[in-house]
Design a binder for this molecule. Structure first.
Ligand SMILES: [Zn+2]
Length: 339
């Protein structure tokens, strides 16, 4: 089967998005947010069936690991309470989608991170999402300030409470920033790719996986600039007196295939061990158009894997087996369905 490890609810109902605007407006005005709106199953079905579900079927995938729209997490907006309320609303909405299409979608949560606060609310929301909503992972924002990088590196003990909970629940995190409020960094074109690369380098500089040998991170968008600059990171590991990158990091870090052209995917599968690559498309997401040179959607990444010069066994690892290893709760849920 084909599992897309990276999909967001970018087509969430207007009522949901309008409530967010009202929530932030109320915060700015010093009043309380209106109650969260009633959203019917039919409205949710319409947003999914005309978008993610249609494209999934057209492209020949079976499942999507589904999380709230990343650019809308906007952890820096409002306050810690606002961020918590918004995260819970977004996660509850994902749960509605999963309940309507349990064979196609499985949930990953947004965390209520707020710059300058500790991670106790995130720990509690992760626990709720996994134990009560049945989710299988989380998106962890390494820069909740939205492009200003005011938080500590991912190897700092500041982050340990969420890692401890992830290990306890046996769930991975996708390292995923949100919108950018720094005009120098376009959100999906620069901020995302910067963050992917930055996270990898922070982990290379530290020894986090000595403390958490079973902790697992997915670095999306093909690992940012990392695979292209693999020699640089191997060389830096050597200069920093770290073990070889493969031993130091690659039992714990995985890259997805959200790379939107064939040469990029060819490089990814050539440079990075197949065991570290998970199929993903981030559909419907950052780049929605059709490549005039191929006539296909840029983000139809299954085509690039299909065309890559790797064996059928390696393709099935990328499409299915690696995700089942990185997300044990996904594997358990599929096995319970006889898959
Ligand atoms: Zn994403």
């Amino acid at each position: 089967m084909i599992i897309d490890c990276h999909g967001h609810y970018t087509t969430a109902p207007t009522e949901h998005n309008n409530w967010r605007e009202a929530q932030l407006a109320a915060f700015a005005a010093g009043t309380s947010a209106p109650p969260y709106p009633e959203i019917s199953d039919d409205v949710i079905r319409q947003t999914i069936e005309s978008n993610q579900l249609r494209l999934l079927k057209e492209r020949g995938a079976d499942m999507t690991i589904f999380s709230p729209r990343a650019s809308a997490m906007a952890h820096h907006e409002g306050s810690a309470e606002i961020s918590l309320e918004w995260s819970r609303a977004c996660n509850n909405l994902i749960k509605r989608v999963v309940d309507l299409y349990p064979e196609t979608f499985i949930g990953v949560c947004q965390l209520p991170q707020f710059p300058g606060t500790d991670l106790s609310a995130s720990v509690a929301e992760l626990e709720r999402a996994v134990n009560e909503l049945g989710f299988i992972g989380c998106n962890l924002n390494p820069d909740p300030s939205g492009g200003k990088w005011t938080s500590l590196p991912l190897t700092d003990k500041y982050w340990y409470p969420i890692y401890e909970k992830m290990v306890e629940l046996d769930v991975p995190a996708m390292i995923h920033v949100s919108s950018s409020c720094n005009i120098n960094f376009h959100a999906t074109g620069a901020h995302y790719i910067n963050a992917d690369t930055t996270a990898f380098m922070q982990l290379l500089q530290g020894d986090l996986f000595k403390d958490f040998p079973t902790l697992r991170f997915i670095i999306p968008h093909g690992g940012g600039a990392v695979p292209y600059h693999w020699g640089r990171y191997r060389g830096l590991a050597d200069m920093l007196k770290k073990p070889a990158v493969e031993d130091h990091l690659m039992n714990n870090i995985f890259f997805d295939t959200c790379v939107y052209h064939q040469p990029g995917i060819d490089l990814l599968v050539d440079v990075i061990d197949i065991k570290n690559i998970l199929f993903g498309s981030e559909m419907v997401g950052a780049v929605r158009g059709i490549d005039p040179r191929t006539g296909n959607y840029f983000d139809d990444t299954k085509r690039y894997i299909d065309s890559a010069n790797i064996s059928p066994t390696e393709k099935s690892e990328i499409f299915e087996k690696n995700s089942r290893k990185v997300f044990p709760r996904l594997d358990a849920s599929l096995k319970a369905r006889g898959l």
